[in-house]
Design a binder for this molecule. Structure first.
Ligand code: ATR
Length: 277
């Protein structure tokens, strides 16, 4: 059995480490490689992998939208998110899935002590926010505030993705004030602020308490400025690495047929490989 992660560039991808760990721990005979595919050749290269008998591929930047467009069939989550991170090949056909919403929720849920919050503040309105908005609504969050530097982008995303929740667009400055003035049960950063320490989110979170869960989907560094501020306030914090690990589980099962878990051994392996610890 053969699978791969495809992107451009691809050297940074942790997927070979994650799937390699599980191939080893399950003893399943399979291979998982990283392939750098140029956008111009993406569709042809994917069809060549189908011909070569691959079980499927994980898809990363910049191919997630192209993957959705190329597929013969699409699952509902990928359609709603508007992007695919997992292509599964069955009998010569390509199915587009998206496991990012699943990975996000699996990473977050253990910190919610069994209760889905009614309200959430989502920071950022890019590609990552789409998966988060889908996951929050599927989990039953009813009231979402969506804050973004470019307000029009938050407005457009709210219009497009609001199904079971009310999604209220907000400017970034107003979101910072909101976090200082109102206790919120759940705050999630989906923006790229704070990645590699650049342009960190430095708000004070003055109104947040031990009842607030703060999740940053940025995982490099693990402890972002936002999570540091949250810890000072006594909030529960969730870093972003678990989302990366959990989104890979359904893909592994689809490619290789094995059920796998995210354990401390896998997490430490990825942390060391990325130089996060
Ligand atoms: P991704 O797919 O990782 O979400 P993206 O689609 O490029 O990447 O979105 C990046 C997000 O980070 C956006 O919400 C972006 O805000 P804008 O829509 O206003 O561009 C946000 N972001 C990136 N750099 C930012 C910065 N310096 N200040 C505030 N927001 C920023």
């Amino acid at each position: 059995m053969k699978a791969a992660v495809v992107g451009h560039p691809i050297a940074h991808s942790q997927s070979p480490t994650i799937h390699g760990h599980w191939l080893e721990s399950t003893g399943i005979a399979g291979t998982y490689e990283a392939l750098d595919l140029h956008p111009d050749a993406f569709a042809d290269e994917i069809r060549a992998l189908v011909e070569r008998g691959f079980q499927g591929v994980n898809v990363t930047v910049p191919h997630k939208e192209a993957a959705l467009a190329l597929a013969d069939t699409t699952d509902e989550t990928a359609r709603r998110i508007g992007a695919s991170n997992t292509l599964v090949f069955t009998q010569g056909k390509i199915q587009a899935r998206n496991t990012d919403a699943y990975g996000f929720w699996e990473n977050l849920a253990p910190s919610l002590t069994g209760q889905t919050p009614k309200r959430a503040l989502v920071l950022g309105a890019g590609g990552a926010a789409r998966a988060v908005l889908v996951a929050l609504q599927d989990a039953g969050v009813q009231d979402i505030v969506l804050a973004n530097r470019t307000l029009s982008r938050a407005q457009a995303l709210a219009d497009e993705l609001a199904v079971s929740a009310r999604i209220e667009p907000l400017s970034w400055d107003d979101a910072e004030s909101l976090m200082d003035q109102q206790m919120l049960p759940l705050i999630i950063n989906t923006s790229s602020r704070g990645m590699k320490g650049e342009n960190p989110i430095t708000c004070t979170l003055a109104a947040q308490t031990s009842q607030t869960v703060v999740n940053d989907i940025v995982y490099n560094p693990l402890q972002t400025a936002l999570l540091q501020s949250a810890e000072v306030r006594g909030c529960r914090t969730v870093d972003g690495l678990g989302m990366l690990l959990h989104q890979a589980r359904p893909a592994f099962q689809a490619f290789f047929g094995g059920r796998v878990v995210v354990d401390a051994g896998l997490r430490h392996k990825v942390e060391r490989r990325m130089g996060l610890v």
